[in-house]
Design a binder for this molecule. Sequence first.
Ligand SMILES: [Fe+2]
Ligand SMILES: [Fe+2]
Length: 231
Amino acid sequence: MKRIELNQILGDIVAVYPGAARKFNEYSIDYCCNGNRTLKEALKDKDVNDNDFVESLNKEFREFLNSNEKYIDWRKEDPRKLIKHIVDTHHRFTFDTLRELDELILKVTRVHYNHAPEKLLVIHKLFGELKLDLEEHLIKEENDLFPMIFDYLDNRSEKKRDEIFSYIGVIESEHRGAGHILSDLYRETDGYKLPEWACTTFKLVYRKLQELEKDLYVHIHKENSILFKNI
Ligand SMILES: [Fe+2]
Ligand SMILES: [Fe+2]
């Protein structure tokens, strides 16, 4: 998919371009439980011009695709190679960054609590949820889903394929869940706008949260739109 159109289903748009989740949340468009509607239907009662909305979404989507161009065209590669790449780069990066952020967020919450108690507690809580969900998600992919795919590729059967795709349903809903939390974090941090009192550690927290988000969108795109479409 090179372009997002108004007649596409919300859930499909987020699967191909996970960054759309943030924009949908900004406009209170429920792409999760009500993800079976088209973008046009979802925009019906919103105070926004349909074409302007889809154009600005496509502008972001193009930037996202271009930023990935320096990567290998994974659609042409063996899915086994893509899985190895996902685990070695994105999973490793996510585990490491979550661990680093965990310490940093605890530190700034304790040190700066009196500056903005509510904001800091919300960030602390949302990050805690994201960390728990993502760690479990990655462990499930590495121990359940990816071995199932390897096994299927070595010895294909309809039964194995059905099992894989029912598991993928769970995995994709977890991707949407992580996208929800990231959008909440974006909103609660005012788009990662630094407060006046931000110290070096606090600046590092915002920078690392944004790096985590950016990598996660690429990571989810590779799974939903390339790996799961090529097995
Ligand atoms: Fe993954
Ligand atoms: Fe995943």
